[in-house]
Each structure stands twice: as structure tokens, then as C-alpha cells.
Design a protein around this ligand. Structure first.
Ligand SMILES: [Zn+2]
Ligand SMILES: [Zn+2]
Length: 341
């Protein structure tokens, strides 16, 4: 079977590799859709500390079960599935503290390699974070389970009302998913702040909220207009840029919450106005990854069709065009590409 191997930054090779058999508890899955993601793009651009090269990569996917390992009873060949690429162990200190996103084994046991014709899903994921995909849920929508679960995890701790002023800074795939979740949770008009024209237009077309174009508008002015001058109840930073992390608290109201969602490169240091944080009681949160609970919530959003993320797919390409797909994304074109192996 064919699999894409990342040999070095910006160097992908499609290789024929031997088809492994599923071991106990595992599934062999034919990948139907694999999505590009910011993490994969980062790995493609400059490498990734968690993905030493050469490596198979790609982690957002949906597909069909081809074969099952011994001991698998809930799934059978032919079943369509949706899953995420990690699952907590359930035994470590963090798992026992209901902080499964920090499970000490999570990153060591994550599943990479969705940019391929087939993939073996390990037993711990099959047991906790893998679902039957209903027929009326498209494979392309099901492949969003992982990024959507990261977003629902971030929303787990937020208190909102329909009139809440929610300012989403950054309008890439994650910013737009945050807007979709905000709407699904009843926020009347989230603010989507960005500058990439294609993505601003997409947010407008999808009626995801009030679109703020930073090329022509000052976000703080708009936020004040929408909040009787107070500032945003919730600011969600989705750019992964240090300046925006540092700017985010200034957009929040007194007592507001800032969600620092877009991870920064290793070694990056940020500075905040301590007076503002303390006397205005700004809460900073930096949610990481997902939990089985947030995966379930994301799955429910998808299967109930409250959220249809498919418009975020800006192109569909075969596996051998993975390199050109990333090159386009690097140049700022598109949001997410669906790879159809
Ligand atoms: Zn654990
Ligand atoms: Zn992802």
C-alpha cells in the first residue's frame, strides 16, 4: 500500500510499504479522507519535535474497517469509522485527576500516518476514541472529529450567554471551527477577526458571525461597539503568534477570559501587563488537545448536523499531490485540503 513519508522539511515521498496485519484490539482501516492540519503544515515547513523524520504523518481522517485484530467485537470489516489519533491511558496521575488531555502516555502513543491508503488504529484508540460513522455523516465531515474535539475541549470551561461578546482572533481552520462551535452553543454573533481575504469571505458566506477585517478595521473599536464599551467576555486566540497572545488580554473586558489556543514554537516567551491581569481579573486559559468527553461532544455536533465543517475544505487532492497541497497552504491559499487516497 502507498503511504506518504516526510523525509525532510518540504520533502515528501510516496512509498510502497508492506501492509501490516492488525494485532490484538487493533483495526486495519482504509483511509477515505485525510485532512491537512496546522500541525502537519508546521512539520512540513520546518519539522516537528514530536515527529522525528523520516516519518509517516497525517492524523485527521475517516475510513472503512478492512480487518480487525483478535478481541475486537464492536467493529467489523466494512464498518465506516471516525476517530481521533490519541486516547488517554486511564491509569496515570493525570487521567485519575480528570485531566486526560495531559495523560503522560498521550503523545508517546499517538497515531500518525493518515496520508496513506491504509492505517492501523491501535487498541487504546479503538477502545476509547473511535466511533461508528453513521451513513448520513459524510467521510469528509467525519474527518474533522479531531480538530473539532480540540475546539470543544477549549469551550468546556467557558460560560456563555447568547449575547456574550466572543472575539475570535485568527480566521484559519481553527478560528472558523471556534466560530461554528460558538454559534452551535448559542452565541448570537461571534466576532471573527483576521486579515486573510479568502478566509474572511468564507466566514461571511457561512454567516459565522460579524467579520472584522484588520486591514480596514480596528478590532478593539468593533469589540467595544459590540459590548457597550466593556471589551470581549471571551477572547479566543487562534493565530499561534506571540504578538497576538500578548495583545489578547487588552481585548477582554474586566473579568473576561482569554483562551490562548494557538500553540507557540518551543522556547517562545510572552509578556503580559500584570496590573491588567490582576486588577481587572483577567483569566488566562491555554487549553491543550482533547479529552474523550470533548471528542464525544464533537461527534454529537457532527452527527446531529449542528456543525457541518465541510465548507472549510478548500481543495480535494489525491495522495500523490500532498506536497503541492502543502505548498499551496504555505503560500496562504486555502484553509484545509482533503486528501483522498
Ligand atoms: Zn493517562
Ligand atoms: Zn489536527
Amino acid at each position: 500500500m502507498k503511504a506518504a513519508i516526510l523525509l525532510a522539511p518540504q520533502h515528501i515521498e510516496l512509498r510502497d510499504i508492506a501492509q501490516a496485519e492488525p494485532a490484538v484490539g487493533e483495526l486495519l482501516v482504509r483511509v477515505r479522507v485525510a485532512l491537512t492540519d496546522g500541525t502537519d503544515l508546521k512539520a512540513y515547513r520546518r519539522g516537528h519535535p514530536k515527529m522525528p523524520m523520516p516519518t509517516r504523518f497525517g492524523h485527521e481522517f475517516s475510513g472503512d474497517v478492512i480487518a480487525t485484530g483478535a478481541g475486537v467485537h464492536d467493529f467489523a470489516p466494512g464498518d465506516a469509522i471516525a476517530c481521533v489519533h490519541t486516547a488517554p491511558c486511564g491509569e496515570c496521575y493525570w487521567c485519575t485527576q480528570a485531566q486526560e488531555e495531559l495523560c503522560s502516555r498521550l503523545m508517546r502513543t499517538m497515531l500518525l500516518g493518515a496520508y496513506a491508503e491504509t492505517i492501523i488504529v491501535p487498541a487504546h484508540i479503538v477502545a476509547r476514541n473511535l466511533f461508528h460513522k453513521p451513513e448520513n455523516l459524510a467521510y469528509e465531515a467525519a474527518a474533522f472529529l479531531e480538530p473539532l474535539a480540540c475546539v470543544t475541549h477549549a469551550w468546556d470551561a467557558l460560560r456563555i450567554q447568547p449575547e456574550s461578546c466572543v472575539a475570535i482572533v485568527g480566521n484559519g481552520g481553527f478560528g472558523l471551527l471556534h466560530a461554528m462551535v460558538a454559534k452551535a452553543l448559542g452565541v448570537r454573533e461571534p466576532l471573527i477577526i483576521g486579515r486573510n481575504q479568502e478566509r474572511l469571505d468564507l466566514a461571511r458566506t457561512l454567516h459565522l458571525g460579524r467579520v472584522v477585517d484588520t486591514k480596514t478595521e480596528d478590532p478593539l473599536t468593533v469589540i467595544r461597539e459590540c459590548s457597550e464599551g466593556r471589551g470581549a467576555d471571551i477572547v479566543i486566540e487562534c493565530t499561534g503568534a506571540r504578538e497576538i497572545w500578548e495583545l489578547a488580554p487588552s481585548l477582554a473586558r474586566r473579568g473576561g477570559t482569554v483562551v490562548l489556543f494557538g500553540g507557540l514554537p518551543t522556547g517562545e516567551v510572552v509578556a503580559f501587563d500584570a496590573q491588567r491581569l490582576h486588577y481587572d481579573e483577567i483569566t488566562l486559559r491555554s487549553p491543550f488537545h482533547l479529552t474523550p468527553r470533548s471528542v464525544r461532544r464533537a461527534f454529537d455536533f457532527l452527527t446531529s448536523h449542528q456543525i457541518d465543517p465541510r465548507p472549510l475544505i478548500s481543495a480535494r487532492r489525491p495522495l500523490h499531490e500532498l506536497g503541492p497541497a502543502f505548498a499551496d497552504l504555505l503560500s496562504g491559499k486555502g484553509v484545509k485540503v482533503a486528501i483522498l487516497p
